[in-house]
Design a protein around this ligand. Structure first.
Ligand code: SF4
Length: 151
């Protein structure tokens, strides 16, 4: 079901219905969305994908309030009303999927990228909070701004 193309009031009715059905029947729902406000409202856990790969996952509020992966930071900064510092520094156009090479797909946009990022796809590690990044982990969050305008 695609709700993004619907009138806002109809969209809200459908989302409310999904929430009610989930609560009443103890359903597990997989909800795919670019709207982080809806994700925050509806989901207990979230998986963030970039170019078809999971880059971060965990409890929704934790991931959205303290994003660790550089791409999740960019997404969180793109929500209207949020601090846009990370967004202002990024190359807005993602690279072509045909030009990504072997390593991390986010590398052309990431200021934390190191040599290994261009060679190897990062492994997804962690327990409750899982990340696919060679330099950032849930145990060692980033200490510098990780989204760059350098391509
Ligand atoms: S630090 Fe490396 S692995 Fe992590 S997001 Fe940046 S380019 Fe990808």
């Amino acid at each position: 079901m695609v709700v993004s193309a619907l009138d806002v009031s109809v969209q809200a009715q459908i989302l409310n219905l999904l929430a009610e059905l989930r609560a009443e029947f103890s359903l597990a729902l997989v909800f795919v969305s670019h709207d982080l406000r809806v994700v925050r409202w509806l989901s207990d856990r979230v998986m963030v994908l970039y170019h078809g790969r999971v880059v971060e996952s965990g409890p929704t509020l934790e991931v959205l309030d303290t994003p660790l992966h550089p791409y999740t930071q960019l997404l969180a900064a793109s929500v209207p009303g949020r601090v846009r510092q990370a967004l202002d520094r990024v190359v807005h156009e993602p690279p072509s999927p045909f030009e990504l090479g072997a390593g991390c797909a986010f590398r052309p946009r990431c200021s934390l990228a190191e040599e290994r990022c261009g060679r190897e796809q990062p492994l997804t590690v962690g327990a409750q909070r899982r990340l696919a990044c060679w330099t950032v982990s849930a145990e060692a969050p980033p200490t510098t701004q990780s989204v760059s305008s350098d391509a």
